[in-house]
Design a protein around this ligand. Structure first.
Ligand code: ADP
Ligand code: MG
Length: 349
């Protein structure tokens, strides 16, 4: 899916931090904001002339608007049509624009041992997250959840060869909400680069990719505290890095004292409940987006092995006790605003 997120506080924090470091008048930052992919897209271009920046920003906005409708999980568009034909177990040519995203999603799903599973659309819909409105529960009946889990939809049910899609499992339904933003951000950065833009940050609701530098200094961004309204930590980025966070605070409903959120553990059919947020730094945004979702499901016990399989070098998880789980390289880079309750360092990744 491409969820209809409310405006995210995390985004605001990023903007504030950027503004704080943006005081060189000879090289002003230029901004463009618009809604797409269910969230606020915030583009900052640094050190380019206004004509180039304006043209690139307009093209980027058009690109994102098109991708928004193509990839939408529950409104008419390319993905919905693809899902309709997959459900009929037909063999058919994949849409050429969608093909690279499906290929990459399937590849990364396998590397995550299926914890990132882009074909659990039926489950996400059952939980009520295929809706523009804020979901409000109650949770679906366990019998309906188990019926879907037992059909075990997986990317291994799908063959993608010579541009043809073939599906063997009627329970397969693509929902690209865990990867679409990352993939779009990568395409957006490529577009900026074709316009000769070397310094920019493309922020999709708090998830972002940066290229170049912010004047004389690196880009500096904030990571939201999953249980507060403030910043948990900040990170300085090398040009060409992406930072993606998956959190249980993005889309959820509370029912009888329990929070049910939008990241589903494909093994159980229920929201993954071991952590409250996961932040990943990685060069490309697609992998970072997938990894944040996969490691959220993996939780404190499994995240190291899945991160290695996905080739991720920087990870930070926050659990329900506020304990930070991270690898030593990540610890070198995060600056906490307040000392965390506890830190559990992993072996180097
Ligand atoms: P956000 O979109 O809030 O940044 P994520 O990247 O973690 O968060 O994506 C969550 C979305 O991914 C859900 O709203 C749903 O559409 C989809 N999804 C939920 N669980 C999974 C999963 N286990 N694997 C892949 N996609 C998932
Ligand atoms: Mg994701």
């Amino acid at each position: 899916m491409v969820p209809a997120h409310p405006f995210r506080a995390s985004l605001l924090l990023v903007c504030l931090l950027l503004k704080a470091g943006c005081s060189q008048p000879e090289n002003p930052a230029q901004h463009r904001q618009f809604f797409a992919l269910g969230t606020l897209i915030d583009l900052t271009i640094y050190g380019s002339d206004t004509t180039t920046a304006g043209l690139a920003a307009t093209e980027l906005e058009q690109l994102f608007t098109r991708l928004h409708s193509d990839w939408h999980a529950w409104q008419p568009g390319t993905l919905q049509e693809t899902n309709r034909r997959l459900a009929m177990l037909e063999t058919f040519p994949a849409d050429t624009d969608l093909l690279p995203l499906l290929r990459e999603s399937n590849r990364l799903s396998r590397l995550s041992n299926g914890l990132f599973n882009p074909v659990i659309g039926e489950l996400v819909a059952l939980w009520g997250f295929h809706s523009d409105a804020r979901p409000d529960g109650p949770p679906p009946g366990d019998d309906r959840i188990q019926a879907l889990v037992s059909q075990a939809p997986s990317v291994t049910d799908i063959t993608l060869q010579d541009g043809q899609l073939q599906n063997r499992n009627p329970a397969v339904r693509y929902d690209l909400g865990g990867v679409a933003k990352g993939f779009a951000v990568d395409r957006g950065i490529e577009l900026l680069q074709t316009h000769g833009i070397d310094n920019a940050i493309l922020n999709a609701g708090g998830d972002l990719r940066a290229i170049g530098r912010h004047g004389g200094r690196p880009w500096r961004i904030g990571i939201r505290d999953p249980r507060g309204t403030g910043v948990l930590a900040s990170i300085e980025l090398d040009g060409g890095e992406s930072v993606f966070t998956s959190g249980d605070y993005e889309r959820f409903f509370d029912h009888e004292g329990t929070r049910y959120h939008h990241i589903i553990d494909p093994r159980t059919g229920y929201p993954a409940d071991a952590v409250t947020s996961v932040t990943v730094i990685h060069p490309d945004a697609t992998t970072a987006d997938v990894a944040a979702t996969a490691l959220f499901v993996a939780g404190p016990e499994l995240w190291e092995s899945i991160a290695r399989q996905l080739g991720i070098r920087y990870v930070m998880l926050v659990d329900h006790a506020g304990t930070i789980h991270m690898n030593p390289a990540m610890q070198q880079r995060v600056r906490f605003d307040n000392a965390p309750a506890a830190i559990r360092l992993s072996k180097p990744l």
